[in-house]
Design a protein around this ligand. Structure first.
Ligand SMILES: Nc1ncnc2c1ncn2[C@@H]1O[C@H](COP(=O)(O)OP(=O)(O)OP(=O)(O)O)[C@@H](O)[C@H]1O
Length: 678
């Protein structure tokens, strides 16, 4: 690194760079003016509308966030230099002023090292405060110098709200994943804080830039574990200039029934089991009956009898096409009914033509919709909806047994049964797992529109049926799967990524590890890593990129609430966020204690409300979040609260960027028990 701030050498550089910053801001403003002045005159109304939409899109992409400077870095080759920013900026004659970070030309900024400078003599990273350029770090790669201080400062910059992008400091191993080809599905197994979420979001932005045309049509979907998490990450893609990515949870994706009840653990596991897919498939196709009678089809003023043997053949033909495994090839149930109606009407048309009639297409279609043909289909291929059919299965043991014979045993079937029949489908005691099953049925009834690329985060916690719900949204597209088996807390969590990838319909996906931990200081990571031999013996522990001897404090206390108040009061004096993480059942007590002491802490809920600077976090919602300082209250209670409590504790202990304080009255869980006294 070149000397950071010798005034005599730094000042001229800063002056020149500030001038370039001002020029880039001006050019960006001109590009925005030009885009808004463009006339929306297409050759017709549709073309005008499309032009208008494209212009609006460009304008939104150009809308500079005042806090986001037009560039963050620069690369120098022997004879030329380029500034790198979140989006491309050019001057009035079209010459580049800033290169988009995703352009191939920007790649050496992320990949070059002192050992392999890739033609760069210098890499420069800029520091900003309140939109002003305040400093820079040079790495003279050609001369074998490499920095790292900037990365450290960037990670430790206090957090005050939602997650930030890492576009200025993406590291080479992360960049490889971000820039992998669109056709590649990738599964990133990464320890806590290795940047999985950041990498997944930057990959979405990279793919949209590189394959804009294709993905604008099919879209990109980001799936996260809950709304609190989505709220936390939702600003990253817009700051990268991508405003059209859909970000959702599996629960929202599959909201087919109003969820008003909770399954017991056994029922939840069963409902998430991949065997349920076959039960549901059988249940739906079991609705189809053999035709018992001929049908009289009215066509062009006459009636034609279609005999039962031919009706049977039509039903069989349609059923066969509906059996295709591939969702894209398969004839879905609703379309199958339509097809059957048409086959019956076409039979009548052939009879008419044999008798020298000439029925038109319109008349044939009318015949297909006639009351007679409908009544026949209602009998043999009834109209069904997902919630209605699922409710029938849960209400009627005979019907369930017919669908589940040889797949589920009697005890399992009993777990699914509603002992009290609900008054209506809407008022039934639907659970979250039921919603996923209803979505599976909806996917058999009609084709689910697919995205060109899906990023699925915290994927280690998806049940096989949830994986199938995600896979249905994938069409022919590719996947980025992000997760950590050591952080798997759901009862169906797999021991091997292969299970998840198979359920996601992409069994051959390459697994790429990320092992350098950016978030958590070494001392804190060492503490959490003590749990690894028990929770994920096959995973190698991550190595922290930062060490900070003062970052970990473990204290035995007699009055945990009082201690929380005291620690939070102290931590909240420093800038940055503070998370107080405790067992879900203890949240109210902790929040009351903090409120009583006048500390402005809000309880984090799964309702999508913004994460506040000081937040009381139920351990169950801690996945994926981070805070500058974290107070973990009573680890033993967090472990005792659930079957995979040690995994949960591992998640909780790895949320801190700068400081972790562990407060306990009870003994610490065994792997942490022999810690040296503070
Ligand atoms: N290259 C980087 N430069 C700067 N900060 C980084 C980099 N990579 C990761 N980080 C920071 O490290 C933290 C952790 O990143 P992220 O949340 O993406 O990790 P994760 O692997 O998804 O973690 P978890 O498994 O706990 O959910 C974030 O604050 C992120 O901004």
């Amino acid at each position: 690194m070149s000397p950071p701030a010798e005034p005599d050498t730094a000042e001229p550089v800063l002056t020149a760079e500030r001038a370039h910053l001002a020029r880039a801001a001006e050019c960006l403003a001109q590009m925005r003016t030009a885009a808004s002045a463009a006339v929306d005159a297409g050759v017709d109304a549709w073309a005008s509308e499309r032009l208008g939409a494209a212009r609006a899109e460009r304008l939104r992409a150009l809308a500079a966030d005042p806090g986001v400077p037009p560039f963050f870095g620069r690369i120098d080759r022997s004879r030329e230099s380029f500034h790198i920013g979140r989006r491309h900026v050019r001057d009035a004659v079209g010459d580049p002023v800033v290169i988009d970070w995703r352009a191939p030309m920007s790649r050496p900024f992320y990949q070059a090292t002192a050992a392999d400078p890739q033609g760069l003599v210098r890499r420069r990273r800029f520091g900003f405060a309140d939109g002003q350029l305040t400093g820079y770090e040079d790495e003279l790669l050609g001369a074998g110098q490499e920095g790292g201080e900037f990365l450290r400062q960037e990670i430790e910059r206090p957090r005050s709200g939602p997650m930030r992008d890492i576009v200025a400091t993406v590291q080479p191993d992360q960049d490889d994943i971000v820039r992998a080809p669109l056709t590649d599905s990738i599964c990133v197994q990464g320890a806590p804080g290795t940047g999985k979420t950041a990498v997944g979001l930057h990959r979405a932005a990279y793919l949209l830039y590189t394959h804009g045309g294709q993905l604008a049509r099919t879209g990109v979907l980001v799936v996260g574990p809950n709304r609190a998490f989505l709220r936390y990450i939702e600003q990253v893609l817009p700051t990268l200039g991508e405003v059209d990515v859909e970000q959702t949870t599996v629960a929202d994706l599959t909201a087919r029934v109003p969820v008003r009840a909770e399954d017991g653990p056994e029922a939840a596991v069963l409902k998430g089991d991949a065997r349920m897919a076959e039960v549901l498939r059988r249940a739906l196709w079991g609705e189809i009956r053999k035709p018992a009678d001929s049908v009289q089809v009215p066509l062009a003023g006459r009636r034609y009898r279609v005999p039962v043997e031919r009706l049977k053949r039509y039903v069989d033909d349609v059923r066969r096409r509906a059996r295709a495994d591939d969702d894209q090839q398969m004839l879905h149930y609703v379309a199958g009914r339509e097809r059957l109606m048409l086959l019956v009407a076409e039979d009548a048309r052939r009879q008419s033509e044999e008798a020298a009639g000439t029925p038109t297409d319109a008349e044939t279609h009318r015949a297909a919709r006639s009351a007679e043909v409908r009544a026949f289909c209602d009998e043999v291929w009834p109209v069904r909806d997902a919630a209605g059919l699922l409710g029938d299965l849960w209400r009627d043991p005979v019907r369930l047994a017919r669908a589940a014979r040889g797949i589920l045993d009697d005890g399992e079937m009993a777990l699914l049964h509603w002992p009290v029949p609900p008054r209506s489908v809407r008022s039934a005691p639907w659970t979250a797992a039921d919603a996923v099953l209803a979505d599976e049925l909806a996917g058999l009834l009609e084709r689910t529109p697919g995205y060109g690329h899906v990023v699925v985060d915290e994927a280690q916690d998806l049940s096989p049926m949830q994986c199938r719900a995600v896979a249905r949204r994938l069409a022919a597209g590719s996947l980025t799967v992000l997760g950590d088996l050591a952080q798997a807390t759901s009862p169906w969590s797999p021991a091997d990524w292969r299970d998840t990838l198979a359920a996601l319909g992409r069994p051959d996906t390459v697994i790429r590890p990320l092992t350098r931990g950016y978030r958590v200081p070494g001392e804190v990571l060492d503490l959490a890593n003590r749990l690894l031999p028990l929770i994920a013996p096959d995973l190698s522990p991550a190595t922290a990129v930062r060490a900070d001897p003062g970052s970990l404090r473990v204290r035995r206390v007699t009055d945990p609430d009082g201690a929380v108040v005291q620690v939070v009061a102290e931590l909240s004096e420093a800038p940055g966020s503070v998370g107080i993480i405790c067992a879900d059942a203890a949240v109210d007590d902790v929040a009351t204690a903090l409120a009583g002491a006048g500390l402005p802490a809000a309880v984090l809920a799964d309702d999508g409300a913004e994460v506040t600077r000081i937040a009381v976090v139920p351990a169950g919602l801690a996945h994926g979040l981070e805070f500058d300082a974290v107070v973990v209250v009573e680890p033993a209670a967090i472990v005792a609260a659930e079957p995979r409590g040690l995994h949960r504790l591992y998640v909780v202990l790895t949320r801190a960027v700068s400081t972790l304080v562990v407060l306990h009255r009870e003994d610490l869980p065994a792997p942490l028990a022999d810690l040296p006294a503070p």
